[in-house]
Design a binder for this molecule. Structure first.
Ligand SMILES: Cc1cc2nc3c(=O)[nH]c(=O)nc-3n(C[C@H](O)[C@H](O)[C@H](O)COP(=O)(O)OP(=O)(O)OC[C@H]3O[C@@H](n4cnc5c(N)ncnc54)[C@H](O)[C@@H]3O)c2cc1C
Length: 438
């Protein structure tokens, strides 16, 4: 009997266990430090409001995951049309910014369109716009100086909390739409009513928040909650747990943040240990609010590039499904990014005052609105930063781990910008690598 140990019961870990279920001669155990399954794809219930760890919407591209999720959620799914927007210069325009400058002041519009034209003339050759460029250069060459100045730069600085010339654009992929010049010009004159990007429509559970997905995926797997792994001995193939026990494994699947796995691995070779400080990331504080007025917004979410707002995005769960708020109420998730070491003093009343004042400034909240529920969820590992030597660093790290029967997968195990569907597929792939027949 081979022993398979899975670290972490987020979607990647749960999917690994799910895809190894009922396989002969395998014993699979999942170790999870928290009291619940789901990782970042979790939800909390507070006084009739259901909140996720910020918005967690299902963008499914593969027939396999579409079918799996439909099977797991047994009809508990809503199909939603994205109504995303940007608040800038006092106006709300549809997402994405690059093709929706029509409501902005004339001088801004002009700069954006002219900048895009110049960029197309100068950098039409794809090799001049490689995503391995520093993000700021890639963005200026792809969208032009105006769009970079008014959206790409301030928004991404706020989200990543990192100078944009020290990270690449390799994470962008499908996440940042790249429009044609004619759409940029037309979109500076009127609403094109055209959908862009990977998430123009999405799925979301009708009831129960995103948590229903990991719960369904977890059913039937052997999971030990409230147990943290403390140490890995890669030579002896053993893991020490917080309950004092030591478990032997034949194969280890880790979905915990790569940096945590490495820090807790005993006697790493020098050339591996010295790469750990290269792994950098940002944290997000999710502030969930329940409000006593229905339909405080008709949007799915709104981006806030300007520095005068403390948050970079505000989303409205009641517009995904009405079942996440009590009748006559609205809810919001408010995302504030910060560097991991720079803790936000969110327990101070001044912090909430600032959030409220910003929400009133942009017109989402009215003076008379009552906040019924406040809930804070700190997400320590939120977005991993892509430096220029990422591929080389990760190649060396994953090589070492794989040679020692350790697969590090998922969004944080794989140290990447990815989404829930990918975490599920990562788990399936890891299971296949173990059995060869998933
Ligand atoms: C702000 C934000 C918004 C997002 N929005 C979306 C969205 O709209 N749509 C979408 O598809 N994706 C979204 N994502 C991404 C999505 O959350 C992830 O891709 C996915 O949930 C990652 O799953 P995972 O299993 O790889 O990692 P995780 O969910 O992080 O799971 C890892 C697990 O390991 C556990 N763990 C950590 N340390 C230990 C330890 N020492 N011992 C034992 N267990 C441990 C953790 O508790 C956790 O349960 C978003 C992510 C963030 C941060």
């Amino acid at each position: 009997m081979k022993k398979i140990l899975v670290l972490g019961a987020g979607l990647a870990g749960l999917s690994t266990a799910y895809h190894l279920r009922n396989k002969k001669n395998l014993k699979v155990l999942v170790i999870e430090k928290s009291a619940h399954v789901g990782g970042t794809a979790r939800s909390v219930e507070v006084d009739g409001f259901t909140f996720d760890f910020t918005g967690h919407l299902l963008h499914l591209h593969h027939p396999y995951t579409k079918e799996l999720i439909r099977k797991l959620l047994k009809g508990n799914l809503m199909s939603c049309v994205r109504k995303a927007a940007i608040y800038s210069h006092g106006v709300i325009t549809p997402y994405p910014f690059q093709v929706n400058t029509y409501g902005l002041p004339n001088s801004v519009k002009k700069e954006c369109v002219q900048g895009f034209k110049t960029a197309v003339e100068k950098y039409s050759d794809d090799t001049l716009r490689k995503t391995s460029l520093p993000f700021s250069k890639w963005s200026e060459r792809t969208f032009g100086e105006g769009i970079h100045r008014y959206f790409m730069k301030p928004y991404n600085e706020k989200l990543w909390q990192t100078p944009l010339d020290t990270m690449t654009a390799e994470w962008c992929g499908m996440f940042v739409p790249q429009p044609k010049l004619e759409d940029v010009i037309a979109g500076s004159e009127k609403n094109l009513e055209k959908s862009y990007g990977y998430n123009a429509t999405f799925l979301y559970p009708k009831k129960g928040g995103i948590q229903v997905l990991p719960k369904a995926l977890a059913e039937g797997s052997s999971i030990q909650l409230n147990t943290s792994f403390e140490e890995v001995n890669w030579r002896k193939k053993e893991v020490k747990l917080s309950n004092g026990k030591t478990i032997k494994y034949d194969s280890l699947i880790s979905t915990v943040p790569l940096v945590e796995l490495l820090k807790r691995t005993r006697r790493l070779p020098e050339e591996i240990a010295k790469l750990i400080p290269k792994l950098k990331w940002t944290s997000v504080l999710c502030v969930n609010l329940g409000v006593n007025r229905p339909k405080i917004s008709d949007k799915s979410w709104i981006y806030f590039p300007e520095n005068k707002f403390i948050f970079y995005r505000v989303g409205f769960p009641m517009n995904f499904t009405p079942h996440v708020v009590p009748k006559g109420c609205s809810s919001m998730y408010i995302e504030v990014a910060h560097l991991p070491l720079k803790k936000l003093n969110y327990k101070s009343p001044n912090f909430l005052k600032r959030i409220r004042s910003d929400l009133e400034k942009c017109g989402i909240l009215k003076k008379q609105d009552k906040i019924l529920v406040t809930n804070f969820i700190p997400i320590h590992y939120a977005y991993v930063i892509y430096p220029s030597d990422r591929t080389k660093t990760l190649g060396t790290l994953f090589n070492f781990l794989e040679q020692n029967q350790i697969q590090s997968i998922g969004r944080y195990g794989g140290w990447k910008y990815s989404f829930m569907e990918e975490a599920i597929l990562d788990g399936k792939k890891a299971a296949k690598a173990i059995t060869g027949f998933c």
